[in-house]
Each structure stands twice: as structure tokens, then as C-alpha cells.
Design a protein around this ligand. Structure first.
Ligand SMILES: Cc1ncc(COP(=O)(O)O)c(C=O)c1O
Length: 415
């Protein structure tokens, strides 16, 4: 990458500190999360507020805030941000995104959100009039509207009813996959409204066998649920950074399985999407060949400042380990589940291995209970008639016990 300005230090995404307490067995897998350290250093505001709303917006860790400030400081005098540093930073973002999901960096294209990646799938997958896209009913709209709009080219979107509990009906989806007109199955890794973790392996086995495209909206899962596309075949996966990846709005990525990249035509053509376009000294050569990797889907210029934040945030998650985060979240759910059992309160999320970090509860007078939590500085969402609790790596069991205390005050003692 030619540049005629001096390079500063490349924006950093290296871990500055680890937050694991070594196990006596000196076994990394058994090391535990040092919650006091991570809260004090990365999320210092947690001493006053119980934040259980990652399924809406993930907080930025301190290392990310500092990286953003440093980036913006240089942005004020852009000669301090030479192209080669910016390009190296995006390459690092692709590498980190790939590590999160078990992909290779060349299968990643950087995007500004989930919807952009889903749009690449909806408009790029070669479909014919009469083809059917299967989507579970009650999916988040970002994974519904792009498919519905394909009616303008005669493609039908079939919303498959959920089970009585509100989960995607996987048996029914599998049955419908036998219909040769079904060309795409689009699902969320984790449902936004109840935390259901889809049985991706089961669905993938069938889509793989019959050549149906499997498209995954992964924003509610990646960062809290281990996923490995090198083991479980997925064709397209779209993810925004703003929730479980604790990253700025404007950062995200799309994964396209290597074998399919050339059959997926980019919806919108970026000016760096072609082979040879890295040479900014010869921009008007107008290359003909689209890149053979995920960068063909990127729409430059990307929001660099957001990826300057994405890198340290994802670095933190990888440093701690997604498996460890998943285990931690299951522990955090315990006090709430015990309380629900004691009080016969309905839990709106799966309680078995199909559960995720999102836990929905439906206490009596749900709106009132939500208000009480808010008044007690417990931040969470009301979604589809339930209180949605979505803790992350920095939350503690004591915080969840505090939630129980507030809920136990009951509907009449509004405090
Ligand atoms: C399942 C799911 N998909 C997508 C989104 C958001 O999409 P985008 O990143 O395009 O804003 C959300 C939440 O906002 C979501 O819960």
C-alpha cells in the first residue's frame, strides 16, 4: 500500500492485561474469570449499575474507550493515520472476526451491521421465481424483511410457525427442507426474544446434504456462544458488533463459506471489491475481476473508527474465551431460575442445552416488575411480554441475587 506520509504506531488491539485466575491444576481451560479485576479495569461503572441488557447494546470496555480516544486523536490530524495502518487495522478485524467463528480471514467481509450482511445474502444468492426461503416466524425483523422483499422477483418467503413455547420449530423446518423449491433457510443463532439457541448442527446436516443455503443471523449469539463454522457448515453468517461483541455501532462482519464466495454476487459494488484495487496510485484502471475473498462484499470506505473499537473489544472476549463466558452466564442464571421455581414464575427461555445467555422471565405484573427493576438501577428490556435479562462476562451472581430481591418485593410494594 503506497503512502507518502510517515507511519505512526499501528492502532493496537493487543491485550493489555489478562483477567483469568490460574487454576491449581495449571490448566487454562479451568482458569476462572477474575471478575473483580475485569469490573474494575474494563467496566468501572458496574459499581453503581446492574447492566443486564447486552442483547440490546453491549457496553464498551475501557480498553476500547481508550483505543477510540487514541484513534480519534490521530484522526484530528489524519497524516497520523496512513492508509497502510488503516488497512492493517481492518485486516486485524477480519482475523479477529474469523477467530470468533472458526473461519479463515479471507472468508470475512467487514460490514456496518447485521442487516447489511443479511442483505448480501438475500440479494446475492442466485434464486429463481418460485423458489422458497424458509424463515421461522417471530425472527427479528432484520432477518425477515430482506427476504420478504424478494417477492419483487417472484421468490416466496415462508414464515414457519414456532412451537407453542415460541421456539423455532426445527422438526417442521426439517420437514419443509425436503421440498425441492426451498433454496434458503435463514435462522438466528439465538432468538432475540427468548434466547433459544438453534440446533445448528441438526439443521446444517440437512441443508448441507440437499444443497440448501443456510444463512445465520448471529448477532445474538457470537460473543456468548461458541460457534465453529469449520465443523458446522454454514453458508452465510451475518453479525453486528454492537451487542455481545461489546463493540461500537458501525462495526460488523459477514462470513461467506469459501466455496460459495464466487457464486454470491455483491449487492452493492464497493470500489475496493476488485482484484488489484489495493494500489491507490492507479485507481482509474477500473479492474474487471471481483476479489475471490470476502472483501468483494465490503463497501468502502468503512467506518475505521468503529473497527478501531471492534479490535480491542473482540480481543478481550477471545482473551477470556467464549466457552468460559458461556459457562459464566449459565451460573448467573441460577439464582433467577431458583427463584422462579420457588415462586412458580414462568420462564420464557429454554432451560436445557438450547438456552443461551438470554433469560426471559414472566412474573405477575410484568410491566410493573420491569419498572421496579429500573428504579433499583437494574437495566434490562421488556420484549414480547417478558423481562429479558442478558448479562455478560462482567456480571456477578450477587447482582443476579439483587434482581431476585427486587422481584421478590412483589407487585404491590413498588419501590
Ligand atoms: C436477531 C437480531 N438480528 C439483527 C439485529 C439488529 O440488526 P442490525 O445489526 O442490522 O441493526 C438484532 C437486534 O437489534 C437482533 O436481535
Amino acid at each position: 500500500m503506497p503512502t507518502d506520509v510517515p507511519s505512526g504506531e499501528p492502532p493496537r488491539s493487543e491485550p493489555t492485561q489478562t483477567y483469568l485466575i490460574p487454576s491449581e491444576a495449571r490448566d487454562l481451560a479451568r482458569d476462572t474469570l477474575d471478575l473483580a479485576a475485569i469490573r474494575a479495569a474494563e467496566f468501572p461503572w458496574t459499581d453503581t449499575t446492574i447492566y443486564l441488557n447486552n442483547a440490546s447494546i453491549g457496553p464498551l470496555p475501557e480498553r476500547t474507550r481508550l483505543a477510540l480516544e487514541e484513534f480519534n486523536r490521530r484522526r484530528c490530524a489524519p497524516y497520523q493515520l496512513p492508509d497502510r495502518d488503516l488497512f492493517a487495522m481492518l485486516a486485524e478485524s477480519r482475523r479477529l472476526a474469523a477467530r470468533l467463528i472458526g473461519a479463515a480471514p479471507d472468508e470475512i467481509g467487514l460490514t456496518i451491521n447485521t442487516g447489511f450482511g443479511l442483505g448480501i445474502a438475500a440479494r446475492g444468492i442466485p434464486l429463481e421465481p418460485g423458489d422458497i426461503v424458509l424463515v421461522s416466524d417471530k425472527e427479528f425483523p432484520a432477518n425477515v424483511y430482506p427476504w420478504l422483499r424478494l417477492s419483487d422477483s417472484g421468490v416466496l418467503t415462508e414464515l414457519v410457525p414456532t412451537t407453542p413455547e415460541g421456539w423455532p420449530d426445527e422438526d417442521r423446518l426439517l420437514e419443509r427442507l425436503r421440498d425441492p423449491r426451498v433454496r434458503v433457510l435463514a435462522v438466528s443463532l439465538v432468538q432475540f426474544s427468548n434466547g433459544y439457541l438453534v440446533d445448528l448442527e441438526r439443521l446444517s446436516e440437512v441443508t448441507r446434504a440437499n444443497g440448501t443455503w443456510l444463512v445465520v443471523d448471529a448477532i445474538q449469539g457470537v460473543g456468548q456462544i461458541p460457534i465453529d463454522v469449520s465443523r458446522t457448515q454454514v453458508d452465510v453468517l451475518a453479525c453486528g458488533g454492537q451487542k455481545w461483541l461489546l463493540s461500537p455501532w458501525g462495526s460488523g462482519f459477514v462470513y461467506v463459506r469459501r466455496e460459495l464466495i464466487s457464486s454470491l454476487s455483491p449487492t452493492i459494488t464497493g470500489w475496493l471489491a476488485f482484484e488489484g484495487t489495493d494500489d491507490l496510485s492507479q485507481l482509474t484502471r477500473y479492474e474487471e475481476t471481483l476479489r475471490a475473498d470476502g472483501r468483494r462484499f465490503e463497501l468502502m470506505t468503512l467506518p475505521y473508527q468503529d473497527f478501531a473499537g471492534f479490535n480491542p473489544s473482540v480481543g478481550l472476549l477471545l482473551e477470556v474465551g467464549i466457552e468460559r463466558i458461556r459457562e459464566h452466564l449459565a451460573k448467573l442464571h441460577r439464582p433467577i431460575l431458583d427463584w422462579a421455581d420457588r415462586t412458580e414464575t414462568r420462564i420464557g427461555s429454554p432451560r436445557d442445552h438450547r438456552g443461551s445467555g438470554i433469560l426471559c422471565i414472566v412474573p405477575e405484573g410484568v410491566g410493573d416488575a420491569h419498572r421496579r427493576l429500573k428504579a433499583a438501577r437494574v437495566i434490562c428490556s421488556l420484549r414480547e411480554g417478558a423481562i429479558r435479562l442478558s448479562p455478560h462476562l462482567y456480571n456477578t451472581v450477587e447482582e443476579m441475587e439483587r434482581v431476585v430481591e427486587v422481584l421478590e418485593r412483589g407487585p404491590q410494594t413498588n419501590g
